[in-house]
Write a protein that binds this ligand. Structure first.
Ligand SMILES: *Cc1c(COP(=O)(O)O)cnc(C)c1O
Length: 375
């Protein structure tokens, strides 16, 4: 009976009354968004804020749209608990362009910045910083295929800033503690921003591509503390200068109109849940899945237990030959997006904010059923 239940397909009713099967979305990014953000976006594509025009055919300088950007910037600051000494802007070019903009703006040719190397994205940040100045990699977990977060390292007071990645999307490790740093801390929070309360005041800069936990692809959040890191003395092209975007309220050029709108409605939902409650929700989902990975003899986790990410859960089958069968079972059970990143293989279940615990339960049920058949 339990076996039958485990493959039961759940149904959701969509607005026009048609019943559709629910697909459980474990995609690592672009990723699941709250239903309210999707619904608001559909409505605004037809008639934005009572203008009678679509959101994607109006001026970004209309007062209705300026209100969207202003509210999104204010919500970000509220959720990070930071005041007027911080600016929040929405830029383009992805988190990847930040790997260049950070050192271009802040790291002089003869200055040194400290970086923590915890995965593919951190490594890319290191590489780009090297185009602008000196990079000191204070610690790296590359020796064990990025399966843990280095703990004991010293950040030199001579560094311009310290850069870290709070959640390693590809390898599934997460920083639950940040080091005490003698220099300003810059953090790539692309894949765990707003998954738990964070004191923004501990950071000189926080940035995040929206498409993991905060919105759709196409916009990148940058939160900067005023004057926290001294500007490098080089000339900076206008579009790559943070101060230009701050002075123009994310509107120096045409912003990613649609992406920021969806982000606003995701932020509203995050605020309505609350960050403490969001953390509990995310913890419950992660605990449920890790418990099954540890219990079920067919599977094993790939990262150090104390560094296990609540956002991206990486695991493998002990017998890799069973992988194709398990993916087939997942497909039949409407479990989508579970393939590990091409650089690591295995499985990765991304449990971002908007994913409901029933989706994690559906995955756990499939794992139990697979054990019954193959174990
Ligand atoms: C996805 C990701 C990036 C790259 O983001 P893009 O927006 O595609 O450039 C950088 N850092 C982390 C932690 C990520 O998860």
């Amino acid at each position: 009976m339990a076996a039958k239940n485990s493959l039961r397909v759940s149904l959701i009713r969509i607005t026009n009354g048609i019943l559709m099967t629910k697909v459980h979305n474990f995609s690592a990014g672009p990723a699941i968004l709250p239903p309210s953000a999707i619904q608001e976006s559909i409505a605004a594509l037809q008639n934005f804020a009572g203008t009678g025009l679509s959101l994607i055919e109006i001026s970004h300088r209309s007062k209705e749209y300026e209100a969207v950007v202003a509210e999104a910037q204010a919500l970000v600051k509220e959720l990070l608990n930071v005041g007027d000494d911080y600016d929040a802007v929405f830029l383009q070019g992805g988190a990847s362009l930040q790997f260049d903009m950070i050192p271009m703006n802040f790291l002089g040719d003869n200055e040194t910045a400290s970086y923590l190397n915890t995965g593919v994205w951190a490594k890319r940040a290191v590489k780009e910083a090297g185009f602008f100045g000196n990079v000191n990699v204070v610690a790296s977990s590359e020796d064990k295929n990025f399966s843990y977060i280095p703990k004991d390292y010293v950040i030199s007071g001579d560094s311009k800033y310290f850069h870290c990645t709070s959640n390693n999307t590809i390898y599934g490790t997460e920083m639950f503690h940040f080091p005490t740093s003698p220099v300003p801390v810059v953090c790539d929070m692309s894949s765990d921003i707003f998954s738990r309360p964070i004191n923004g005041n501990d950071f000189a800069m926080i940035y995040a591509g929206a498409q993991k936990n905060m919105g759709p692809a196409g916009t990148t959040l940058v939160v900067l503390k005023k004057d926290a890191i001294k500007k490098a003395s080089r000339k900076i092209p206008t579009m790559l200068d943070y101060q230009i975007h701050i002075d123009n309220g994310s509107m120096y050029n045409t912003p990613s109109v649609f992406a920021i709108f969806v982000t606003l409605h995701t932020l509203r939902w995050i605020k309505s849940v609350g960050l403490e409650a969001m953390e509990q929700r995310n913890k419950a989902k992660a605990d449920l899945l890790y418990a099954e990975i540890d219990r079920n003899g067919l599977f094993r986790g790939t990262v150090a237990p104390e560094d296990r990410s609540r956002m991206n859960v990486n695991f493998v089958l002990n017998n890799p030959e069973l992988e194709a069968d398990f993916f087939a079972m997942c497909k039949a059970a409407n479990l989508s997006g579970l393939k590990g990143h091409r650089s690591v293989g295995g499985l990765r279940a991304s449990l971002y904010n908007a994913l409901e615990i029933e989706s994690v339960q559906a995955l756990v049920d499939a794992m139990k059923e697979f054990e019954r058949i193959k174990g």
